[in-house]
Structures are given as C-alpha cells and as structure tokens.
Write a protein that binds this ligand. Structure first.
Ligand code: AMP
Length: 214
C-alpha cells in the first residue's frame, strides 16, 4: 500500500499515521521525524535542516526528496509506505508521484485531516513531546507523567522548539502558502478522502478506518 496522510501541523497526522501504518503493515514515513533524528544525532543533514525547522519553514525540496528516495530504498518499504508530512510542496508532490509509479507502486489513496487554524494553535501550543520515543502529550487534555516524564518510556518530555507560539504561526502560514496546494496535485492522482480531524484520537481513527478499511 502507498498512502499519504495529509493535513496541517497539529492535525494529528503523526498519531493517526503511526496507528494506520501498523494496521496496513507498511512503514510510517514521517519526514519531520527523520529530520529530528538527524538533528538529535547532529549529522550534516540535521545541521542543514535545523535553521528551516526552527523558523517554521520547509527544508529545501531537493534535500527532502533525496531523503525520501533513500528511505523507500530500505527493505521494509518494499511493499510501500504511509507518508506523513510529505509531500509538503507542489514540487515534492510532482517528484513523488512519478517516482512511485516508476517503482510500480503508484499512490493509491490519501486522507486529508481537516482541522481549523484556531484548533491547530491550541493543540500545538499545549503539545509536549518525548525527547526519546516521540510520544506526544497535551498540557490540558493528556498531560505527561510527574516531572514531565514520558509515561511510555520514562524519558523527558519537552515543548518542541518549533511548538513555540511564534513558530506555530509561521508553520501555519507555510502550510497555507506552500502545502495546501499539494491537495490539488494529489486529487489528480488518487482518491483523497477529507476526514474531520477534530474530536478524540479514537473517533478520528474510526473515521479513517471507514475510508481506508484494513
Ligand atoms: P513535522 O514534524 O511534520 O511538523 O515537521 C517539522 C519540520 O520539519 C517542518 O516544520 C519542516 O521544517 C521540516 N519538514 C518536515 N517534513 C518536511 C517536508 N516534507 N518538506 C520540507 N520540510 C519538512
């Protein structure tokens, strides 16, 4: 299966994609997670990505597409993958679609998680993320363990630097200017299901399961 989980920052893509990928038996390919790993490991790519990420801007397309091509070359991606946070620009989409077709695995389906801007701001402003396993929390709705620890792995839970208020607004602006137009490109290639992204994690997962049954 080759699928895309699309939506603004804070729409729950990461949470839903992890569950959906497991259900579909394909790897969860999240470019933001890959960039954060490089950042933590202080690699050259991490160094390069850092300034863009902390400013709420997109890492250049060429770098990002190369990263995805190499990720898809790994053995676990032989039968496809679920993309989360990619493609994020029209150029990335126009690279990805022929690349997938060339592998004999064209894009099959996409889900567009619809969440209004004001909710994005509350969600990301209150979001806390585990520095080790990436689990996410929300200060009001799903707080981390005592002393800001991860209830899953015990590591420290922090506010992501790009979840600071000023960067949230920039990320939203980047989303509307550069990422939202990707939807038109995807709709030309495969069915794109608009799914209401508000409500509980389970409620959203159920809506996704209705459009992408196992
Ligand atoms: P995310 O975790 O998906 O919110 O991504 C965090 C940050 O990583 C974004 O704000 C961008 O700076 C960068 N990033 C992630 N995915 C992409 C992509 N497909 N293209 C360019 N930049 C990306």
């Amino acid at each position: 299966v080759v699928a895309v989980l699309f939506g603004p920052p804070g729409s729950g893509k990461g949470t839903q994609a992890a569950a959906l990928a497991a259900r579909l038996g394909v790897p969860h390919v999240a470019t933001g997670d890959i960039f954060r790993k490089h950042l933590a490991g202080n690699t050259d790519l991490g160094q390069l990505a850092k300034s863009y990420m902390s400013a709420g801007k997109l890492v250049p397309d060429e770098v990002t597409c190369k990263l995805v091509a190499s990720r898809l070359g790994e053995p676990d991606a032989a039968n496809g993958g679920l993309f989360d946070g990619f493609p994020r620009s029209v150029a990335q989409a126009e690279w990805l679609l022929p690349f997938l077709s060339g592998r004999g695995q064209p894009l099959e389906v996409a889900v567009n998680l619809v969440v209004p801007d004001d909710q994005v701001v509350t969600r990301l402003g209150g979001r806390r993320t585990c520095t080790s396993c990436g689990a996410t929390y929300h200060v009001a709705h799903a707080p981390p363990g005592p002393g800001d620890t991860c209830t899953r792995c015990g590591a420290t839970v922090i506010r992501r630097p790009d979840d600071e208020d000023a960067v949230i607004l920039q990320r939203l602006q980047t989303y509307h200017a550069e990422t939202a137009p990707v939807l038109g490109v995807l709709r030309g290639a495969a069915p794109v299901h608009d799914v209401v992204g508000t409500g509980t994690i389970d409620a959203v997962a159920e809506r996704i399961a209705r459009v992408i049954p196992a």
